[in-house]
Design a protein around this ligand. Structure first.
Ligand code: ATP
Ligand code: MG
Length: 422
């Protein structure tokens, strides 16, 4: 990215759409403005209503343009949802000159990419996990190493073509081109995890409104990711039903008084006013009694998911919670008890900007999209090119597969540690 160039991260979430405008500086990204709008067109992280989503994107973009004074024409957009799947793949090449070059790495990655991807799936990311030189494992940067055989292990992340197309279509209808589509847990972890956490083994848990995204990092690479279709909205609904309140009031009560700490004390004995059909006064502890089981359930599902995928054993450092619902009082403490791991709440970091702007965990994905855009080499796509670009990317893959399917070093390892789950 060139100094002065503007990048826009567009986080199309289940509860809000936000557009973050950043300016590239020599030493990083300077956040200029955030435009935000309530989101009504998504369910469980996936676009289910094009018109409503377009409207939200348009409103968020307009606000971002007004606040920044910059006209936005392309964005890095995040994608999540249960349709995301990943698998690991492997490719090998001979090292021509006896010393690994960038070209050898590219070829090894190409070989690893040459696997069958069903036509209804779009490849979102090819993430190198490690390289092997003459069978020696665990090499992250093999350039310059001596050897005769280079192998690459990668994780290939795919999404359903229709979900990707619907998201792209919404952006286009709202008047912007899509530079790249980025996996949301990947974006959130770019913004919240330290290098040390990524190296030592950390799980990022982004609890949004409709979904909880999980990403496991170890040895500096993304090893596992999955999406659970439970988020803060479920807690709000529980409160609405339990206290017989309209959803909007339940949301207010949750944000203001929500807590999972049930150990009594003056705060928990406090009586609060809620406005249903009639106004009534309830003890604050009622709220905890309703919220706590849902949070325990969610954390329990996360633990099972981590254990079943094998990821739990890789978490030697701890857990980072982010996303709007991570602000629920006491959630980190409950997380430590349920998951049996150290837990901290992760705020977005790694950018400059006015104090307080994007200072809360709802913006982790948006900031991550900006930081991804800052380091990405993806050339901007011209208006109208996006579908053909997706198609041509798919064609490239099919072509690559046909060309290389006789290649002996390729195998496709499905399931296990690298499988996304719903
Ligand atoms: N202070 C708070 N305390 C408790 N919950 C909160 C607080 N602030 C926001 N939330 C909850 O966070 C959720 C929204 O989080 P976020 O903005 O990360 O979601 P999203 O990105 O729109 O959705 P998703 O990522 O699931 O598509 C809502 O359920 C909201 O009630
Ligand atoms: Mg989100």
């Amino acid at each position: 990215m060139r100094e002065g160039q503007v990048i826009v991260g567009l986080d199309v979430g289940t509860t809000k759409v936000c557009a973050l405008v950043g300016e590239c500086r020599d030493n990083g990204v300077n956040l200029i403005a955030i435009g935000s709008a309530p989101s009504h067109g998504l369910r469980k992280g996936i676009v289910v209503n094009i018109e409503a989503t377009v409207e939200s994107i348009r409103t968020a973009l307009e606000e971002a343009e007004r606040l920044s004074g910059i006209s936005i024409n392309n964005v890095y957009v995040g994608i999540a949802g249960g349709h995301i799947k990943s698998f690991s793949s492997y490719g090998a090449v001979g090292i021509k000159s006896g010393e690994v070059t960038d070209e050898d790495i590219e070829k090894a990655l190409e070989a690893a990419k040459a696997v069958y991807v069903p036509l209804d799936r779009e490849v979102l990311h090819v993430l190198p996990l490690e390289y092997l030189v003459d069978g020696e494992e665990g090499i992250m940067n093999p350039v310059g190493m001596a050897g005769v055989r280079l192998e690459a292990r990668v994780q290939i992340v795919t999404g359903s073509v229709s979900a990707v197309q619907n998201l792209v279509r919404c952006c286009e209808k709202a008047g912007v081109q899509v530079n790249d589509i980025v996996l949301e847990p990947l974006a959130s972890s770019i913004a919240t995890l330290t290098d040390n956490e990524k190296k030592e083994g950390t799980v990022l848990i982004d609890i949004g409104g409709g979904t909880t995204d999980i990403a496991l990092y170890k040895r500096g690479v993304l090893l596992h990711t999955s999406v659970i279709a439970i988020g803060g909205n479920h807690i709000t609904n529980d409160l609405a039903i339990g206290l017989r309140l309209p959803v909007q009031e339940a949301e207010r009560v949750k944000m203001k008084y929500g807590s999972v700490i049930s150990s009594g004390g003056i705060e928990n004995d406090a009586r609060i006013m809620v406005a249903g059909r009639d106004e009534k006064v309830i003890p604050r502890s009622y709220i905890t009694e309703i919220i706590l089981p849902r949070c325990e359930e969610l954390l329990g599902i996360i633990k099972t998911e981590l254990e079943e995928s094998g990821a739990y054993d890789e978490v030697s450092y701890g857990v980072v919670l982010t996303g709007g619902a991570s602000q629920l009082e006491g959630l980190a403490v409950l997380g430590e008890a349920t998951l049996g791991l150290p837990v901290r709440v992760g705020l977005p970091r790694g950018f400059e900007g006015p104090p307080g702007l994007a200072g809360d965990p709802r913006y982790s994905t948006g900031i991550g999209l900006l930081l991804y855009g800052y380091t990405a080499e993806t050339p901007p796509i011209m208006r109208g090119d996006v579908f053909s670009s997706i198609l041509s990317r798919m064609k490239e893959w099919v072509k690559g597969f046909l060309k290389k399917k006789t290649f002996k070093g390729i195998f496709l390892e499905e399931g296990g540690l690298h499988e996304f789950r719903h």
